[in-house]
Design a protein around this ligand. Structure first.
Ligand code: SF4
Ligand code: SF4
Length: 294
């Protein structure tokens, strides 16, 4: 049976992507990797994907003005609520694509019928090969805000690839935060691994993510990264997990090897001298058990 493991953190900077890369290294070859951190994707820096296919991400519409038909009446700039219409010295209008919300009001009211609506190319998504297996990833163009839809697209493509190639696991690097992209990434997940750190904000973010996984009835486990940073907060997070029936699956001490691995473009478990590899291996065995033993 195919399973989907999603790795989340309440915010950026907890080491989520480094841990995802280590899991991508440790997990059996029968998997697809999906990078759903679409706004600040950096898994590709470690996995160095070789792109096999490049595709447009089309979402929503935007207005375009046929300059030759524009009579410079000024109607469109007066009614656009998003200040997305610009005019040149002769009063001829053009659309600022970054500001256009695609409401189509200008197209409806242009007396010269010079404005038409067009699908908006908001980003790209890719099918790639990595040394740890196939990967689906993407990037959103600057200023675009449809990251929830792009997360869904990346996940759907990863599922399709897993079906085509008969892979047993989809390993998903999720977006930070708890907004729409995170909710989109939780849909269809069998288990969520939450990477947090022993700080007050780490505990607060953990509570918020657990709120989401509980709401969507997806089992969760916690990986406490840099667990030796603050002993009291580490205990508070452990207590929170116990009180809420959530397994703390690993406590990983601060290790310079994470930074060294990043600099070398490697997963930390690829470094021979890495002291955290054993802890990460044990975490993967437990995750594997939680995913596939039922
Ligand atoms: S409403 Fe139409 S004709 Fe008038 S300025 Fe805008 S594009 Fe030009
Ligand atoms: S489609 Fe809407 S937001 Fe875009 S330029 Fe026209 S009126 Fe403004």
């Amino acid at each position: 049976m195919r399973k989907e493991l999603l790795i989340l953190s309440g915010k950026g900077g907890t080491g989520k992507t480094s841990i995802t890369a280590a899991l991508a290294h440790l997990a059996a070859p029968s998997k697809i990797i999906a990078d759903c951190d679409v706004d600040a994707s950096d898994l590709h820096l470690i996995l160095a994907p070789e792109i096999r296919s490049e595709n447009d991400f089309i979402s929503g519409t935007e207005a375009k003005i046929r300059r030759e038909n524009c009579t410079a009446c000024g109607e469109c700039s007066a009614i656009c609520q998003f200040d997305a219409i610009e005019t040149d010295d002769e009063g001829i209008a053009s659309v600022n694509g970054m500001a256009c919300e695609g409401c189509a009001v200008c197209a409806r009211f242009c007396p010269a019928e010079a404005i038409t609506m067009h699908p908006c190319r908001c980003g790209q998504w890719f099918l790639s090969d990595t040394r740890f297996g196939p990967m689906v990833h993407s990037h959103l163009f600057p200023g675009e805000e449809n990251s929830g839809k792009l997360v869904t697209l990346v996940k759907n493509q990863a599922t399709q690839q897993a079906e085509n190639l008969d892979k047993k696991l989809i390993l998903v690097d999720g977006p930070p935060g708890i907004g729409c992209p995170v909710i989109a990434s939780i849909s269809g997940a069998d288990l969520v691994l939450i990477v947090t750190e022993p700080t007050m904000s780490g505990l607060h973010d953990l509570e918020r993510v657990i709120g989401l996984t509980t709401h969507f009835k997806v089992p969760a486990a916690v990986c406490l990264n840099k667990c030796d940073l603050n002993g009291n907060m580490a205990k508070a997070i452990e207590r929170y997990c116990t009180d809420n029936g959530i397994e703390m699956i690993a406590a990983i001490p601060f290790d310079q090897a994470f930074t060294d691995a990043q600099v070398q473009g490697k997963a930390v478990t690829e470094l021979q001298e890495s002291g955290v590899s054993q802890t990460l291996e044990q975490m993967w065995f437990r995750l594997n058990d939680m995913l596939f033993s039922k």
